[in-house]
Ligand binder design. Structure first.
Ligand SMILES: [Zn+2]
Length: 172
């Protein structure tokens, strides 16, 4: 396994909708294993393939941060099939290191996806699990959490990043 380089905003690859996965082969397994290692090492609770420069529709997620093996999940070709309620809370993103900002999300989400062998399954999650699945599925569609903020909050975050860029404290 090896660590992958995480792409940071405003790299234009983050704005491109990813292509569906059609081959469930050893290359895919290798990519997924490397993505898990990269996510745990960052550390983060979710990582989409576009964030490591691979334009494929998939993400890895572990809302327990490696503590509960049952929460280690890969969702390939994810599709949100149900949403319910609202939640408010701070959200982070490995492509925006150190930035945590309030984003409104659905409280519950049901996402349909393929597993590593190509078998279809659904994950029904609330709170952090729902937030994470929605955030990562957005990445597969070329959407970053900045796009989900109100225009005012977006400006505040952009200004903060500009400052960090000027200070040489923002990775490119
Ligand atoms: Zn993200």
């Amino acid at each position: 396994m090896s660590l992958l380089k995480i792409v940071t905003w405003p790299n234009p690859i983050l704005d491109i909708p990813a292509d569906p996965v059609t081959k469930f082969d050893d290359d895919l397994k290798k990519l997924v294993n490397n993505m898990f290692e990269t996510m745990y090492s960052a550390p983060g609770v979710g990582l989409a393939a576009v964030q490591v420069g691979v334009l494929k529709r998939l993400f890895v997620m572990d809302c327990s941060g490696g503590k509960d093996p049952a929460q280690r999940v890969v969702m390939i070709n994810p599709e949100v099939v149900g949403i319910e309620g609202k939640q408010d809370g701070d959200e982070g993103c490995l492509s925006f290191p150190g930035i945590y900002f309030n984003v409104e999300r659905n409280l519950r989400a049901i996402v349909r996806a393929h597993d590593i062998n190509g078998k279809e399954f659904e994950l029904d999650g609330t709170e952090l699990t729902a937030r994470c699945m929605l955030h990562e599925t957005d990445h597969c569609d070329g959407i970053v959490f900045l796009d989900k903020m109100t225009p005012l909050k977006r400006e505040i975050v952009k200004r903060r990043i500009k400052k960090l860029q000027k200070a040489g404290e923002w990775p490119s």
